[in-house]
Design a protein around this ligand. Structure first.
Ligand SMILES: NC(=O)c1ccc[n+]([C@@H]2O[C@H](COP(=O)([O-])OP(=O)(O)OC[C@H]3O[C@@H](n4cnc5c(N)ncnc54)[C@H](OP(=O)(O)O)[C@@H]3O)[C@@H](O)[C@H]2O)c1
Length: 237
């Protein structure tokens, strides 16, 4: 009897774990940011579906993750549409210029899902943004995916920061902005799993400021040679 209860409880626990494990599609997973995000999230309770156009590069990221964490639930998947269809959360880790094309592909399969915009729409000389002052990359993505819950996150963290999110003894902040409470909560948890301090910054229009903040950080990085290991920290009492 006791044994039957234990087995039953085990089964229940297993079902609960399966239910709470969210699936995340990372589009652009072979890039600087996509691979850094994939590696850090593979330590959390997530199932990761990695994709990009060149499949062999994605497979190399999967193998690197598996070699350091054999228990990681991570796989390479050939198509961003299929990955996004399976996912609860979609991270668009491609250059800004590629976002419209990606959005067109995943439009139907991203309905009511959280889509994370990490991009900074920098111009080619890194002295300005290509977006108009009354919009942002995140808001443009939301326009292309009207039925998704777009959340801005990870745009103010450099790819190199993911291996050491504690910089000069302080945990770097990662600003999160969006219009939906539940989506903000979910993305904040994901940011914590990646090792950063999530800071709710406001609605999606705050992305205009966040994208300009990263433009400044890039300019400072080049001026003072931070070696791409730099981040934002709001000091407060
Ligand atoms: N690097 C940073 O430190 C940093 C920091 C904050 C935010 N960001 C933002 O993160 C995004 C990615 O930057 P990154 O430095 O990681 O760029 P990256 O190294 O050039 O990687 C771009 C990734 O996107 C994929 N890709 C490109 N075009 C695509 C398309 N049309 N469809 C599907 N996948 C495509 C690439 O693989 P394939 O070519 O094989 O498809 C690659 O996996 C950018 O929006 C950037 O502003 C970067």
């Amino acid at each position: 009897m006791h044994r039957a209860w234990s087995v039953g409880n085990f089964a229940l626990l297993e079902i609960k774990i399966m239910k709470t494990m969210q699936t995340i599609a990372i589009i652009g997973a072979s890039g600087n940011m996509g691979s850094a995000i994939s590696k850090s999230l593979s330590k959390g309770n997530y199932r990761l579906l990695l994709c990009a156009r060149e499949q062999d590069k994605v497979q190399a990221v999967v193998e690197e993750i598996r070699s350091s964490n054999p228990a990681a639930a991570v796989e390479a998947i050939d198509c961003s549409v299929e990955a996004s269809w399976e996912a609860d959360i979609i991270i668009v880790a491609v250059p800004y210029e590629a976002e419209k094309e990606v959005a067109q592909k995943i439009r139907e399969v991203s309905n009511q899902k959280i889509v994370i915009s990490i991009s900074n729409p920098l111009n080619s000389s890194y002295n300005g943004l290509v977006t108009a002052p009354d919009t942002s990359a995140a808001e443009e993505l939301q326009k292309s995916l009207p039925n998704a819950k777009v959340v801005k996150a990870f745009n103010t963290t450099f790819a190199a920061d993911f291996s050491t999110p504690v910089i000069d003894g302080r945990q770097a902040d990662a600003f999160v902005a969006g219009n939906e409470e539940d989506a903000l909560r979910t993305v904040s948890e994901l940011v914590s799993t990646a090792g950063f301090n999530p800071l709710l910054a406001g609605d999606l229009s705050v992305s205009r400021t966040l994208e300009n903040m990263q433009l400044l950080l890039i300019q400072l990085n080049m001026k003072y040679n931070y070696n791409w290991l730099a981040g934002w920290k709001i000091l407060h009492q």
